[in-house]
Write a protein that binds this ligand. Structure first.
Ligand SMILES: [Zn+2]
Length: 218
């Protein structure tokens, strides 16, 4: 099966699945070819698009994100122009989105750390090799926060920021994937943010995880 055949149906299925988890979505633009640069452009057609493949289709706005199956079928349905559109949700509405950037991917240790801080076992998005995004339950107030770690950054996405969900495609040849999820209860977004903000440098995290394992086994 080639790539375009594989994509048909997938965004609608993903949107319906997210709706079942209570996460509203809306269709967003997809990567488009630029001569000599591969899929670096945006399907909106603007050469200088500031947010390629991550802004809403047509006249849709962030408030239009929906969990209504009829609406989702209308947007991504087989006959429609948007059937291969990216699937996006909106940060700070149904989900809080916390991004971990440039931290080496010691997955099982990070998962242990989150679990030990009562922020574990939630859905996690892989965006690219340097970026993972943790979904948590939203809170109604609080400002966007960006915290520098010994290695990397933790950032809480601003309320209203568009968040691409699987199987959305990224400019270039990347794709958003589930590292875990989406069918699990959302941990408290505030706990995730706090736990990630306290992440030690990677070598200390690995040491911590070993001791933690040992303590758990003993
Ligand atoms: Zn665009």
């Amino acid at each position: 099966m080639d790539d375009s055949a594989r994509m048909i149906g997938a965004p609608l299925d993903a949107a319906l699945d997210l709706a079942a988890c209570g996460i509203p979505t809306l269709p967003a633009h997809i990567p488009a070819p630029i001569l000599g640069q591969g899929l670096a452009g945006c399907s909106c057609g603007r050469v200088a698009c500031a947010t390629p493949a991550s802004h809403p289709m047509g006249k849709l706005g962030r408030r239009d994100a929906s969990t209504d199956a009829q609406m989702l079928c209308y947007w991504w349905g087989a006959g429609g122009a948007w059937r291969t559109a990216n699937v996006a949700t909106v940060a700070g509405h149904a989900v809080e989105v916390i991004e971990l950037l440039d931290y080496p991917p010691h997955w099982s240790e990070i998962a242990d750390w989150l679990a030990a801080h009562r922020a574990g076992n939630g859905p996690v998005l892989g965006v690219d090799q340097d970026t993972v995004r943790f979904l948590g339950s939203p809170r109604r107030s609080g400002r966007t926060r960006s915290t520098r770690l010994a290695v990397g950054w933790v950032r809480r996405l601003a309320r209203g920021e568009l968040v691409l969900m699987p199987p959305s495609r990224l400019p270039g040849d990347g794709e958003v994937t589930w590292l875990t999820g989406p069918h699990m209860p959302l941990p408290d977004g505030k706990q995730i943010l706090e736990a990630l903000t306290q992440l030690p440098p990677p070598e200390e995290l690995i040491l911590w995880a070993k001791q933690h394992d040992h303590a758990a086994a003993g």
